[in-house]
Design a protein around this ligand. Sequence first.
Ligand code: GLA
Ligand code: ZN
Length: 675
Amino acid sequence: MKKALRHAPIAARFPHFLHGGDYNPDQWIKWRDTDGTNRIWKEDMRLARLAGINTLSVGIFSWAALEPVEGDYHFEWLDEVMDLLAENDMAAVLATPSGARPAWMSQKYPEVLRVNAQRLRNLHGERHNHCLSSPLYREKVSAINTRLAERYKDHPALAVWHVSNEYGGECHCPLCQERFRAFLKKRYRNIEALNDAWWTGFWSHTYNDWSQIESPGPRGETSVHGLNLDWKRFTTEQFVDFYLHEIAPLKKITPNVPCTTNLMGTYPGIDYFRFSEVLDVVAWDNYPQWTGTERDIETAARASFCHDLKRSLKDKPFMLIESSPSATNWRPVAKLHRPGVHMLQSMQAVAHGADTVQYFQFRKSRGSCEKFHGAVVDHEGTEHTRVFGDVAAVGKRLAGMDALLGTATPAGAALVFDWNVRWALDDVKGLLQGKTGYEKTVIEHYQAFWKQGVSVDIIDSTRPLDGYELVAAPMLYMLRPGFAERIAAFVERGGTFVTTYISGYVDENDLCFLGGFPGPLKEVLGIWCEEIDALYEDDQNSLEWQGARYRIHDFCELVHLRGAEALAVYGEDFYAGRPALTAHRYGKGKACFIAARTEQRFLDDFYAALVKETGIRRAIDAPLPAGVTAQVRSDGQKRYVFLMNFSPSEAVVDAKAPAAKITLAPWEVKVLDGE
Ligand code: GLA
Ligand code: ZN
């Protein structure tokens, strides 16, 4: 088990859980009394304090207010807001405004506008749509970021830099094409090496000059998987590079202020493991689709997975930088949070390692497309609303939790979720086209741990495996350099490794391993996979394990034993009787292979047995009823156990320690102090 310890507070000057969120005072800039006081801002400060809010994020989309005309900067309003925050003991999460740009800029310099995969340049509008290469955009971003940093470097409210907003998408303009070619040149050095890596002999797709290469798109190339993959890698590097460009002046002028940007769940377009290397602290936006029914159990497990991923990215506490205190307007059904749910979703983040609970948004905007998005302060404008009460309750609870700040999560198990694997798998033609279901599968495996209250780190192929008892890597289709060797070493030293069907098929260039799957994992797993069967929805198969029968769907891999033993065999079809589950003793450890996609119940039972066998410590030594999970934070001495009920019914946990029978109301969370 990895060592638990206490990390430093995210913002040194604010050693408390941060509670607050996105605040758009610039939307209310004109709401002044005759004496000049902005009556909305003044009231906002009163309401924020009343709600136990100690941080507000400002300036996220403020470029047009900060620079309404090119070169004509207006910081007076932001000065006033920053001063108000300081006067009210609030930490400012100050944003750089590059997430959206003023109309004058798009009009005068069309190169800042993004070009889509059809090679069509966007018109001005929306947000998150700038070119990442444009020297002009980069210059403008530098100029405003420098001014922001210079102006507020000594401001007592400044706590964290919120760089841009939800980086995402991609640009296919000529400038980006040039950078893509430069990226490829650096990677492959000569065009022959690229042709080999991309297997371009196929369909006469050979390139004889770098200038012939174009990003993939519907009017051009989509069939060269190496190209598709490198374009994704390039796009991630574009964001890394753009982010480094954005923070350069911030780091120079305010070296002690941490920088971050808000990530999105498991957003496919950026490899967050790579991207997090350049962040000081990970921050993310969490908007689960709560329904108020049993369906919330799965939703909760997914949210937990996303939190664990964010904690694991830098192996330390993260920021829940956005969440909705009520309805989420962009969901197809903007259902209200049932009583208890707001507290539960906030504490859930903390349970998995968040040191902040922040919202979108503090005050509901009056117009445009987010006017009905949940907010702390509604259009009605007072503290006398249910949602305000919910928020204030979270503020009060967090204020009493200083002892937990910075505590770590001792995880005995790790689950591999790798963007490169996912990109390659999503591109596979064959198997179940477009439905290989990588992310869904990884989360199904995660659920088996979640239901038992076992803390899990989410890692990718580049992260160390030391310190874990158990590592699971479902659908490890691509083996990135050195990973198979590190897995073998991990097992040899005594670790337990689990993988599944569709593992060890391709190398990092998406070229199939020759000599049998699962490629370089054959030896540690003690198997050879000859074929894989993809099933129609109404096809049936099954396996029997430890006296129970489990349904199989989607995939059945046909395995030969090469040292491993079969723990279960297929029940049906022409491969009935052949191995469906194998285990191989290797060194001091064990490597297991689940050959088919099974129903969830099998994963639950199988991992429960492995947790027992490996002795991984659970959050609480008691069976957990359906919908209940337990998660731990610890400073290495004291353990704080979060018991959370995500079901709409009351649940009883039959615990021996630290308390006897514990009853949880629907959507209730209890935090227990234990040794
Ligand atoms: C995202 C954005 C916010 C806001 C919310 C609404 O997370 O970052 O600006 O649009 O969605 O849920
Ligand atoms: Zn571009």
